[in-house]
Write a protein that binds this ligand. Sequence first.
Ligand SMILES: Cc1cc2nc3c(=O)[nH]c(=O)nc-3n(C[C@H](O)[C@H](O)[C@H](O)COP(=O)(O)OP(=O)(O)OC[C@H]3O[C@@H](n4cnc5c(N)ncnc54)[C@H](O)[C@@H]3O)c2cc1C
Length: 293
Amino acid sequence: MKPATFNYLRPSSLEEAVHYLSEYGEDAKVLSGGQSLIPLLNMRLSTPKYLIDIGRTGGLNYIQEDGESLVIGALTKHRDIEKSELVKEKCPLLSEAIRWVGHEQIRNRGTVGGSIAHGDPSAELPCVLTALRGEIVIADVNGEEIVSPEEFFLTYMLTSLQPDQLVKEIRFPIIKPTSGSAFVEVARRHGDFGLVEVAAVVELNEAGGFSEVKLAIGGVNSVPTPLVDVERLLVGKEPTEEIYKEASDLTMKMVEPESDLHGTAEYRRELSGTMVIRALKQATIRAQGGRVM
Ligand SMILES: Cc1cc2nc3c(=O)[nH]c(=O)nc-3n(C[C@H](O)[C@H](O)[C@H](O)COP(=O)(O)OP(=O)(O)OC[C@H]3O[C@@H](n4cnc5c(N)ncnc54)[C@H](O)[C@@H]3O)c2cc1C
């Protein structure tokens, strides 16, 4: 199918983009890489009167270290993140997760801002951002606002973005070199959205116990979810089979998956527990200086 008729606007600066949004936001859609929006337009599931193509808006394509964070401009392509040595060094969790996003062709066009704004609960980047307790920088004609993933992701494909706002930048906290991280996912086919995915970062104390744990799960709730109770359970404990089992059991109680064509709720619940153990074990091995194949 072809999309319904729309007016095409192509701002050349962020100022122009937010100006268009303040004028037409209620009837408009922002276009970045188009990897999610174009199929929706073609199927006429989305019929905006205005398409604001920010693809050539200068200054929104960057990956920079800024204090404790890696700041990534909204128009940065998935592929640029995948290839970035800075990301590999400062946020290996993001490097590992980005390879799970669709296929190479999609990563060549899809953007980090688009992935976050789209708000798909199975998408990898929202899960990583949630685990790391990152930040989303939102812009409108009045300036900028910084929100947490928990404030931003409201429910399935719905975010706190207002019609006159756009995502300008994402801030991923830098992972300490002494920490270990892991991103694990199960998808039915290579390149599909995950049925379940888990992002984990662990820091160990001198005795080898967990001193800090960050965990989030995607694909099983209506938003990517930080597993705060599991994190609390683990801190101060030794990484033993018993504690992994407890973490897994608690995770299965915390998730509320639904059945769909790809798997039953029970299957997803079981998988959640298994994937939490897998992510924790891999992150722990890395924190101990080991390699995970
Ligand atoms: C076959 C296929 C497989 C895929 N598999 C995966 C996968 O496994 N994991 C995954 O995460 N994604 C997957 N995707 C989606 C892909 O990652 C998209 O790139 C991403 O979801 C959206 O990025 P985009 O730049 O293409 O955004 P667009 O498609 O341009 O926009 C998506 C939505 O976000 C809004 N938007 C875009 N940019 C902004 C902004 N800066 N501010 C405010 N709103 C904005 C748009 O208005 C639209 O509603 C897949 C896509 C396809 C076609």
